[in-house]
Design a protein around this ligand. Structure first.
Ligand code: SF4
Length: 403
């Protein structure tokens, strides 16, 4: 029997003391490998709710899969269980899917592999860039918007992973409770440190069935994860073993450390996507991370032409930023933009900035003189007023993208 921390409704934070040894017969290990099982999860599992264990190929998800399956065996969970992997396409490490397949084989359960139908992660960044250029061209946004996801705008995780997985879970089980087990850990970040072991998942909650997000290994340390995977006789992803990466996610992640970006660039399987991403940096003049150009991580992998374009992009980025810095705060994006009509003087300034940005980035844009800018703002404000009259304005992201 596995040792679990059972949370009772009347003493939500009081773990019940373990009474039996763990898989390996070592009390200390039993404590280390305890998992959080909140009451809501216990109740859902008791009714046989299907369990979907998210696996990326990274070590946390490996440990999660082994440990959750052991728990389900212990409680004789009567429902189905699956591994689910969101494949992000060419930005994935080549070893990620094989690690997930091996896990599924060893555990004897189905591996569901889901993908965004409209294209992979790189396609999303590329299409976002063309969409943002089109919006800037038509003066639908006041500043040119970057192609990449950011910590504040993690549409990559939401659109490529969470939403795709949630859709497949509900396609398979339209009614009844469903449980999504996730391998996040508190020590990974301050944000994760504040995560609960359970929360209701709005994406999979339906009138006839709750969606549960279950974070069973929140309290595990990295050493616990490594040891647990090893104790199950499995080996870690090549990103750790061969390249010294500290995390496995996209081969090049918008939140990745310099160390991990470099580690990834050392794997020849990642060279093609590396070059493709650097080419987007060069074309857009936006660095992959706010203070780091991906092209600087492994410039030896770039040919002379791309290296030169990247260098030029850095200079053009400075011109773009400098031009946009001339816009006064009250003209910048706020919810409901545009909320004020620019004065003729301000319209001339906006037109001037747009010409400079277009020249810096190499774009052909509309509304580059005072009269055209004023007319565009009149139209935008009239449309917004008409919409507001008919219904509430659509919500927008901080970048002004309608959601
Ligand atoms: S690994 Fe990084 S880039 Fe990839 S989806 Fe997650 S946050 Fe986005």
């Amino acid at each position: 029997m596995n040792i679990i921390k059972l949370y009772r409704a009347d003493a939500a934070l009081e773990p019940i003391e373990p009474t039996q040894p763990d898989l390996f017969g070592v009390a200390a290990d039993a404590e280390r490998f305890a998992i959080d099982v909140p009451t809501e999860v216990t109740l859902a599992l008791g009714t046989g709710a299907p369990v979907f264990i998210g696996v990326s190929g990274g070590r946390d998800s490996q440990a999660l899969a082994y440990r959750v399956c052991a728990h389900l065996d212990d409680i004789e969970h009567p429902g189905p269980r699956f591994l689910v992997h969101a494949d992000l396409g060419r930005v994935e490490w080549k070893d990620s899917l094989p690690v997930c397949e091996r896990l599924a084989q060893r555990l004897g359960i189905e591996l569901m592999v889901v993908r965004r139908t409209a294209g992979d992660m790189m396609d999303r960044w590329l299409s976002r860039w063309s969409g943002n250029v089109a919006r800037y061209t038509k003066l639908e946004c006041v500043k040119l918007i970057l192609p990449w996801s950011t910590a504040a705008q993690r549409f990559c995780t939401a659109e490529l992973k969470s939403q795709v997985i949630a859709r497949e879970m509900r396609r398979r089980f339209p009614v009844g409770d469903v449980v999504s087990a996730v391998g996040i850990r508190r020590e990974e970040s301050p944000k994760r440190a504040r995560m609960p072991a359970w929360k209701q998942d709005e994406r999979t909650t339906r009138k006839r069935g709750l969606g549960h997000t279950w974070n069973p290994i929140l309290g595990w340390r990295r050493g616990d994860v490594n040891d647990y995977v090893r104790s199950r006789g499995d080996e870690l992803h090549e990103a750790y073993r061969l390249y010294g990466s500290t995390r496995v996610s996209c081969a090049f992640c918008v939140l990745g450390s310099e160390h991990d970006l470099r580690a990834s660039s050392n794997c020849s399987d990642n060279h093609a996507i590396y070059r493709e991403m650097v080419a987007l940096e060069a074309a857009s003049t936006f660095s992959f991370q706010s203070h780091r150009w991906l092209g600087d991580v492994a410039p030896d992998l770039l040919d002379a032409g791309l290296r030169a374009r990247l260098q030029e992009a850095k200079e053009r980025a400075q011109l773009r930023v400098s031009a946009e810095s001339r816009l006064p705060d009250h003209l910048l994006f706020v919810k409901g933009w545009p909320t004020v009509m620019p004065t003729p003087c301000e319209a001339a300034l906006i037109a001037d900035v747009r010409r400079d940005v277009a020249a810096a980035v190499g774009l052909q844009v509309n509304h580059t003189d005072r009269e055209s800018v004023l007319q565009r703002y009149r139209d935008l404000m009239a449309t917004a007023a008409a919409k507001a009259g008919a219904q509430a304005s659509p919500s927008e992201t901080p970048e002004g993208i309608p959601t």
